[in-house]
Design a protein around this ligand. Structure first.
Ligand code: FAD
Ligand code: 2HG
Ligand code: ZN
Length: 481
């Protein structure tokens, strides 16, 4: 298993009853959790693929409490795993051994919102969907959206640099996060909670924490630039006969839909079959016809009539010149939700189907589907190979579904998938991060010099290595054996 790859570092202490007493002093009795059921949930990831054996979960309610926890853990050599909504897909959010879980659930307050600029400041434990609901009331939206929105937290989104469904329109969190408050390993609070769009005073330190998966500090507050909610949104579900047509469709849609395009997602027929089979209430939108590829195009703009007619005209032309074979624009909210459910529900369907090997790859768009086909021919009938993802961002989600985890199948997948990706100048993690799953795979996408500099930064900010050990970087660079 993943856990046996890296031995528990002997540098870390084990929890004593004195530690428990001290944490109760800081947090109060009820926020120091040793209950077996709660620990069992928190020890295991969303896919039930990674499992730790932590005996202690701490639930701080303020930055000051996070600071006191880390100050104490650092002085005692107690390892810590920061945990948000625990929806991460690379084993980063659960302990590997007995790390103390610092769960951010209680830090769920909105701090401030500026109606003119759209700048929101909130605590890291706010659930993405709740922030979205707050903003909807104010006439704004979050610049990111993803299938896990009902559970994931903004602090977890920042820490993974989550991409998701709106990336095409609003870009990366490196652009949308204007400031952060972070507690460092030794407990000191780093206030970088700016609310400015522009600020070129020295090194922009917040970027170190965006995407560092809890290895450099615990994010406690976030400042986000939120876009206004526009009057008209349309969603079209289209069918293509081959991957080349999907590419052509993307090329054309970028031009024809220009400023109103807000999402461009694709899924192959194997992904569609998976959601039709495993998700309740999902029905084939094209009655009984199945196509090889499906594309979702969303537009968001300010003029209902012209946005709609633009999209309709684009679909008409795409049909005439054979880029698409079929297509439908959602007619109401419930159809819109059912189209999104097909795409967003693939991850859930895969978990229901059995074991799953997940690869989140950035690959130049012209080659993006080649790896899916190659993998399919390598594995034959032993597995279902699915390709879907954020085509507009060149981000493929390659998923391999089997009845149970199987070493022989695994040996056909890895290292092939990583070698192929490196050879084709891709990234082995487009948006999910490295976590535990890929901590020792970083060299497929980064040079040794870059990895060494990362390790130096890690050692500078967290000299004892207590923050999320065994994750992101090869443990041998950080921890004594
Ligand atoms: P967790 O899973 O709890 O943690 C993730 C990592 O961040 C861990 O390393 C953890 O230690 C660290 N962390 C969490 N909170 C903090 C904090 N406050 N300070 C420091 N470190 C912290 N990802 C995408 O990019 N795009 C998608 O479209 C997408 N869709 C998803 C759909 C589903 C159904 C699921 C289950 C996951 C999806 N993901 C997606 C994965 C994605 O990484 C997470 O959903 C989300 O960003 C993680 O947030 P979380 O609060 O659950 O973090
Ligand atoms: C998505 O885009 C998520 O649906 C999850 O990033 C992808 O499960 C996956 O592989
Ligand atoms: Zn994704």
């Amino acid at each position: 298993s993943a856990a046996t790859k890296f031995p528990r570092s002997p540098a870390f202490s084990r929890i004593t009853s004195e530690d428990i007493y001290h944490f109760k002093e800081i947090l109060g009795e009820k926020n120091v959790i040793q209950d077996e059921d709660r620990l069992s949930t928190a020890n295991s990831d969303w896919m039930k693929k990674y499992r730790g054996s932590s005996q202690l979960l701490l639930a701080p309610g303020s930055t000051e409490e996070v600071s006191q926890i880390l100050h104490y853990c650092d002085s005692r050599y107690l390892a810590v795993v920061p945990q948000g909504g625990n929806t991460g897909l690379v084993g980063g959010s659960v302990p590997v051994y007995d790390e103390v879980i610092v769960n951010m659930n209680r830090m769920d307050k909105i701090v401030s919102f500026d109606q003119i600029s759209g700048i929101l400041v909130c605590e890291a434990g706010c659930i993405l969907e709740n922030v979205g609901a707050f903003l909807a009331n104010e006439g704004f939206i979050m610049p990111l959206d993803l299938g896990a929105k009902g559970s994931c937290q903004i602090g977890g989104n920042v820490s993974t640099n989550a991409g998701g469904l709106r990336f095409l329109r609003y870009g990366s969190l490196h652009g949308n996060i204007l400031g952060l408050e972070v507690v460092l390993a030794n407990g000191s609070v780093l206030d970088m909670l700016g609310t400015l769009r522009k600020d070129n005073t020295g090194y922009d330190l917040k970027h170190l924490f965006i995407g560092s998966e809890g290895t450099l500090g615990i994010v406690t507050k976030v400042s986000v630039l939120t876009p206004p909610q526009l009057a008209s949104t349309n969603l079209a579900l289209l069918a293509c006969r081959d991957y080349f047509s999907c590419q052509k469709l993307l090329f054309e849609a970028r031009r024809a839909l220009g400023e109103i395009i807000s999402a461009f997602e694709f899924m192959d027929c194997h992904s569609m079959e998976m959601v039709l089979k495993y998700l309740e209430g999902v029905r084939n939108p094209f009655s009984s016809s199945m196509y090889d590829f499906y594309v979702l195009i969303e537009t968001t703009g300010s003029d209902e009539a012209s946005d709609k007619s633009k999209l309709e005209a684009f679909l008409g032309r795409s049909m005439e010149n054979g880029i698409i074979d079929d297509g439908v624009i959602a007619q109401d909210m419930s159809q819109t939700m059912s189209f999104w459910r097909m795409r967003e529900g693939i991850t859930e369907a895969l978990v229901k189907a059995g074991a799953v090997y997940k690869y989140d790859l950035s690959i130049p768009v012209d080659k993006l589907y080649d790896i899916v086909e190659e993998m399919r021919s390598r594995l034959g009938h032993s597995a279902k190979v699915l390709g879907y993802g954020h085509l507009g961002d060149s981000n493929l989600h390659l998923n391999i579904s089997t009845a149970t985890y199987d070493e022989d199948i695994f040996a056909k997948i890895e290292p092939f998938v990583y070698e192929w990706t490196a050879k084709n100048k891709g990234s082995i993690s487009a948006e999910h991060g490295l976590g535990l799953m890929k901590a020792d795979k970083i060299y497929y996408s980064k040079t040794p010099e870059a990895v060494n500099l990362m390790a130096s930064i890690k050692r500078l900010l967290d000299p004892k290595g207590i923050l999320n050990p065994y994750k992101v970087l090869p443990p041998s660079l950080i921890l004594p054996n």
